[in-house]
Design a protein around this ligand. Structure first.
Ligand code: NAD
Length: 459
């Protein structure tokens, strides 16, 4: 995963050269201010770490490592998911927290960046044990979380069930305090927002659809005239039907994005491949996504792995190993599993010319450079997977007002917010030399810089 410091330093160097940004800061004052900015943004404000003490069903007492990293709260309370994964570590949580700061800044969401992690494989714990782990997490970190301080949400390995348990614990140990905004991603029956579960996957697919169907068509004359390498790549997508899609990861984000593609009327798509931690399924004529969604719902989230299972469900697909998805010859590859999936050892085998990052940091810095140099268009995580945090913000607002929006209203606000970001970013992207990821970081860091400067925090 790219290091936070590197990302921020690189963006600051690009911004410093731009005389039109904070133009009254000149000479040594400009140097000093940019050093201060680098120091503030490249390190987290706080790293909280605890060993949760849990008695397992067997009676054995175990200690489980848990983190909450609060990266930056310049724009509002810290915000970010809690990941349950056996390989999660401090460095990963720090980097993910920094990504949240940038994502919120980019999309004008009034939150800072945070992230949590618990080092477990949730599949190895009973429901009662997981419930206890959630309660202990809230008890250990109670002093630093809350609706106006730090608002966790689900991430890999967690869902509305865990958020419901955590909010309930927060409520019982903070009697009389507002609690609905303490966690987002809760179930709708427990103060959650309609559309929150689907928001990230829908936003990921909307990012692709808006670029190809709306932006490209609207600006086709400019695209035809320009020599811009990424615009040239995208021109090949105009009127290409059907678009062949492969989607890595079939969890919350991947399965919803797949279903969106399956039902989309604006673009003619075929989802020819999907994968999860066990398997890749491929059908050149398009997979039956609703049937696969039904299967995973009944099988702890896993896709079918055997011919017998496919036949029983009447699903036609070829079976490959789980890594195969990355190398299939498709038009669009959506990465919706974990970090670091495309790296320097496998990047040369990737054939898609348009990649959408549903997951956080699924492409390493080296692989990113390699793909950019070849004109591959990458719609980066900070841009395309912000649907979850945008609807989390709406959930937080609804909890404050105790007034709830319809599903239609939630999606309307989600798409309007994402579209506002695209319309700010794309004209810049197609008119200068930076990758879309660099362009997004530049915009996000500029927003944070301006706020920090206005608040007098740079000297
Ligand atoms: P999830 O736990 O619901 O699903 C993860 C999926 O990835 C599962 O299908 C799993 O089998 C698959 N997977 C795991 N290891 C794999 C491997 N090695 N190869 C292929 N597939 C593998 O998680 P999610 O909520 O869908 O999140 C997916 C990604 O999106 C994560 O990087 C997460 O940080 C990011 N994200 C999620 C949200 C959200 O709202 N859920 C928001 C922003 C970003």
């Amino acid at each position: 995963m790219a290091q936070t410091g590197t990302i921020v330093d690189h963006s600051l160097n690009l911004i410093k050269e731009d005389d039109t940004f904070l133009p009254h800061l000149t000479g040594s004052n400009r140097e000093k201010a940019f050093h201060s900015l680098a120091a503030i943004l490249s390190t987290p404000n706080h790293i909280h770490k605890s060993f949760l003490r849990i008695a397992r069903e067997s009676g054995e007492v175990v200690r489980i490592l848990a983190f909450r990293v609060q990266h930056n709260d310049t724009l509002g309370p810290y915000k970010g998911g809690i990941r349950f994964h056996e390989e999660v570590d401090e460095e990963e949580v720090i980097n993910l927290a920094a990504l949240m700061t940038l994502k919120n800044a980019l999309h004008d969401v009034p939150f800072g960046g945070g992230k949590g992690g618990i080092v477990i494989n949730p599949r190895n714990f009973s429901e009662r044990e997981l419930h206890l782990i959630c309660e202990k997490y809230v008890r250990y970190f109670n002093g630093i979380i809350g609706p106006d301080k730090d608002i966790p949400a689900p991430d890999v390995g967690t869902s509305e069930r865990e958020m419901d348990w955590m909010m309930a614990e927060y409520k019982s140990i903070n009697p009389g305090k507002p609690y609905l905004g303490s966690f987002t991603g809760k179930s709708v029956g427990n103060g959650g927002s309609l559309g929150r579960r689907e928001a990230t996957g829908k936003g990921v697919y909307f990012t692709l659809r808006y670029l190809i169907h709306n932006y490209l068509n609207k600006n086709i004359d400019a695209f035809n005239k320009t020599e811009h390498p990424y615009a040239k790549t995208l021109l090949n997508y105009k009127d290409k039907t059907p678009l062949k899609l492969a989607i890595q990861g079939f969890g919350n984000v991947g399965s919803v994005a797949a279903l969106e593609a399956y039902i989309c009327q604006n673009l003619q798509n075929k989802v020819v491949a999907v994968s999860d931690r066990n398997v890749t399924l491929y059908n050149a004529n398009g997979l039956d996504i609703p049937a696969l969604v039904r299967f995973t719902a009944q099988n702890r989230g896993d896709l079918p792995t055997t011919k017998e299972q496919l036949v029983k469900e009447n699903i036609e697909a070829e079976i490959y190993d789980h890594k195969h998805i990355l190398y299939i010859d498709v038009d669009v590859l959506i990465l919706a599993a974990l970090a670091d999936q495309i790296h320097q050892d496998n990047v040369a085998q990737v054939q898609a010319k348009l990649i959408v990052e549903g997951a956080n940091a699924p492409i390493t810095a080296e692989a990113d450079q390699y793909l950019n140099d070849r004109g591959v268009v990458i719609l980066p995580d900070v841009l395309s997977n912000a649907g979850g945090v945008i609807v989390s913000y709406l959930e937080w607002l609804q909890g404050r007002e105790t007034q709830y929006y319809s599903e239609e209203e939630v999606y309307k606000q989600l798409y309007e917010k994402m579209q506002a970001t695209f319309d700010r970013i794309y004209p810049q992207y197609f008119n200068d030399r930076y990758s879309l990821r660099e362009q997004c970081y530049i915009q996000a860091v500029k927003k944070l810089c301006t706020t920090l400067y206005r608040q007098g925090k740079l000297y």
